[in-house]
Ligand binder design. Sequence first.
Ligand SMILES: O=C(O)CCC(=O)C(=O)O
Length: 295
Amino acid sequence: MPYRGGIVPVTIDRLTPAIGALVHLDDRTVSDPCLAETLYAALIDHQVLVLRDFSRSVNDLVALAEAFGPVTNDHHEYQSHPESRDVVVLEWGGDRRPDAAEWHADMTYRASPPFASVLQAVHLPPTGGDTLWASMYSAFEALPAGLQDELASLDAVHDMGAFRTSAYRAGGLQAMSDALVAAGSAVHPIVAHHPVTGRPYLNVSESFTRFVIGLSAPESARLLTMLFDQINRPEHHVRLRWEPGTVAIWDNRATQHYAVADYLPNRRVMHRVAVTTDVRAATFSESGELMTQTS
Ligand SMILES: O=C(O)CCC(=O)C(=O)O
């Protein structure tokens, strides 16, 4: 079905009932500001957008990310691309084991995690290396109403999770403690509300959520494990089979992702740009209605 979000008509195919859409850009360029509005409205609707055969230029990838907002080169663990500090290179293979085969939203150990991420496949293994996204709206809505109510008053602590391992191996306890302080930790509500749609979503991840404030350690562990099991249910998911040049854009608030680590010793290289802030969020009505010309 043709979709007329914003001003520019592009064709958008929904990928699963819960999450994800394939966007056909045809010959449009991301420097077109109307297209940026259209992609933004589609991202809010579908949470993850997939663009096939996007330009392989690092600058074009950054321009695509900048259509969504200011970008950041601020990551404590990954290397930047030699042509652009804004592009992080995620390269795995041989002895380098992938680190993202666990459900997470990016950097929730920060008080303000990035709003969105843009990821491009650069080099792929012959098979494997898919990425899955899960809708945290869908995961929350599938919980029993009584549990939804109980969760609404709870907050949880997020920290850098397994990222601490590299610091520990490099410099022991002091280096690990320093890395934890440098990366930061944050307390977020277990049920967050999307700033644009107003919809509630589940806001805990197995990568970064450590503890539920106010519960005993075993109570906290039991509750989080139950919520992680919910996130792991396939009805909340979309699974992307990458092709070289494929780009995925995700809203880092009400989604989580999982990079399947099934391709070693083959090599897989991805470029990622993180968008810090949703500059358009303030232009949306309090009721959560999109203010673009979506028909
Ligand atoms: O490599 C992937 O497919 C996803 C990487 C990832 O988890 C991330 O960018 O946060």
